[in-house]
Design a protein around this ligand. Structure first.
Ligand code: ADP
Length: 491
């Protein structure tokens, strides 16, 4: 059995000496001028000095120059108030030249009889301070990253969804200053549709269950405009793992979203186009095969059957020409055979081409053609193709006994206008109809309704000539007006 050392026999003053001399902290008395009048031998452990050497110093001499001014004024504050205490942490120079973080706890006992000094203890807290500094640096770095990530809206909310931090990216994307938004419910960025179905709650719920939730939806900016935000949401937990809020990060991906929607729409249009194409090719083929069957019977309908075959084959050839042109547009392979030509004669032959169609529908044709010669430099066949297309559309999309007006004028440019009294085009469709395969009423019952290629082709051809094409219509059943300007040839 180990023998217990008797402690009670140590006299009190020795016990205090042992305590002071063996403590990890150094204890000192300091006078009004900051001069150390006594220091315990532990100062050697803290700052490397023997206690005899340390008392020869003024304590402020070894405080880091950057901390010295503050240290002096804190000491002056302490001297001002008898009996007060303070804790300061400064860098002090170890005897070996290195800098240490020293925590000094001091009490002003200058007015206490028998003490008449500031009592101080010095403790080396370098490891703790370095850890604190590392945390602070990491926080600052994180704050810097969050602030510089202006492409990203980054913000946090409490459990109820109220915003409690907000970065400059969020300000840029959503339009709110942090002073306006902190404390507000994040539902104000949600669309009314999403709020009506408690989307915010279900996102939080999902983030809680899964650890993170995708945030991909339309959001509302401060000015009421919408944008497609794409990002995620994560629950924020404290040290005990208890969720106390959420972090949201997203980017404005409106452009990408719209491009994706446009691609999907183009894809859908292509599918619809294939259906229309099949339909359009089947009709003339059916007519041709009926006519051919008739030719094989003894019934004397030869002339009629030959007529059907000729008309329908022409129609098929036109469809195939359109298809070939479409392939040329999409591959940018339309070539122009340019020459100087008179627009008046091109318009004349385009009108001639559609005369039969005009008659079939009993339309009235009004020609408003300038008597001047109007020369342009381009491909007459292609320009005629454009005008035939506009005329055919005007005839097709106007009920029987309509009125079609063709205008040709010369100003700074050549101007062609084809106006009809037909079904018109709603405003939202007016730009779209120039896109490939776009038809306002796909698969409508109008016979010979086409493939939705003509106007795309017309625009490409006009633009290749340095010109412009547009449409105007006051809407459904209000008729349409297609206009083309083309630069005049240099004379
Ligand atoms: P297509 O006539 O073969 O369908 P187009 O590219 O020439 O193809 O025209 C695209 C669409 O624009 C048409 O399907 C039609 O819906 C609309 N459109 C064109 N011209 C007119 C017009 N004059 N009046 C009303 N709608 C028109």
């Amino acid at each position: 059995m180990k023998k217990q050392r008797p402690t009670s026999s140590i006299p009190d003053h020795d016990r205090f000496r042992i305590l002071v001399e063996n403590s990890l902290d150094a204890a000192a008395t300091i006078d009004r001028e900051g001069k150390v009048t006594y220091v315990s031998p532990s100062i050697c452990r803290v700052l490397g000095y023997s206690n005899e050497d340390f008392v020869k110093l003024n304590a402020f001499e070894i405080v880091h120059p950057a901390d010295r001014q503050t240290a002096r004024s804190r000491f002056a504050d302490l001297l001002d108030q008898s009996g007060s205490s303070q804790t300061v942490v400064n860098r002090m120079q170890h005897r070996d030249g290195s800098w240490r973080w020293i925590e000094t706890v001091s009490t002003n006992q200058i007015d206490t009889d028998g003490v008449n000094a500031v009592i101080a203890s010095f403790r080396d807290v370098t490891t703790r301070q370095q850890a604190l500094n590392a945390v602070r640096d990491a926080e600052e770095r994180l704050r810097f990253i969050v602030e510089s990530a202006t492409e990203f809206a980054i913000f946090t909310t409490d459990l109820a969804g109220r915003v409690n931090s907000w970065n400059s990216g969020a300000n840029r994307i959503l339009g709110y200053e942090d002073s306006e938004i902190v404390g507000q419910d994040c539902r104000i960025f949600f669309t009314p549709e999403d709020n009506a179905r408690d989307q915010s709650e279900s996102e939080m719920h999902h983030a809680l269950l899964e650890g993170r939730g995708n945030d991909e939806k339309w959001h509302v900016r401060k000015d009421g405009s919408r944008f497609w935000g794409s990002g995620l949401m994560m629950p924020l937990r404290d040290d005990d793992g208890v969720v106390h809020g959420y972090l949201k990060i997203f980017r404005d991906m409106t452009r990408e979203k719209k491009a994706q929607q446009e691609l999907q729409a183009a894809d859908r249009r292509k599918d619809e186009f294939l259906a229309v194409l099949a339909h359009e090719l089947r009709n003339p083929l059916a007519a041709i095969s009926n006519a051919a069957a008739l030719l094989l019977t003894p019934v004397n309908e030869d002339a009629w059957a030959k007529g059907v075959i000729q008309r329908q084959s022409k129609h098929l050839a036109r469809l195939l020409d359109d298809l070939l042109d479409m392939a040329r547009i999409t591959q940018g392979k339309i070539r122009l055979n340019r020459e100087q030509f008179n627009l008046r004669s091109v318009i004349g032959s385009a009108v001639e081409t559609v005369t039969r169609l005009l008659k079939e529908k009993n339309h009235q044709l009004i020609l408003n053609i300038s008597s001047e010669e109007i020369f342009i430099f381009g491909d007459p066949t292609r320009i005629e193709q454009v005008v035939i297309n506009l005329l055919t559309n005007a005839i097709k999309y106007t009920d029987d006994r309509g009125r079609i007006t063709v205008t040709l004028q010369r100003g700074a440019d050549a101007l062609i206008i084809v106006r009809d009294t037909g079904i018109g085009i709603s405003r939202d469709m007016q730009e779209k109809i120039f896109e490939l395969f776009v038809q306002v009423d796909r698969m409508n019952e109008r016979s010979d309704s086409g493939l939705g290629i003509g106007l795309t082709l017309a625009r490409s051809i006009v633009e290749l000539h340095g010109g412009r094409i547009w449409v105007k219509s006051d809407g459904r059943d209000k008729g349409s007006e297609f206009g083309i300007v083309l630069p005049l040839a240099d004379t």
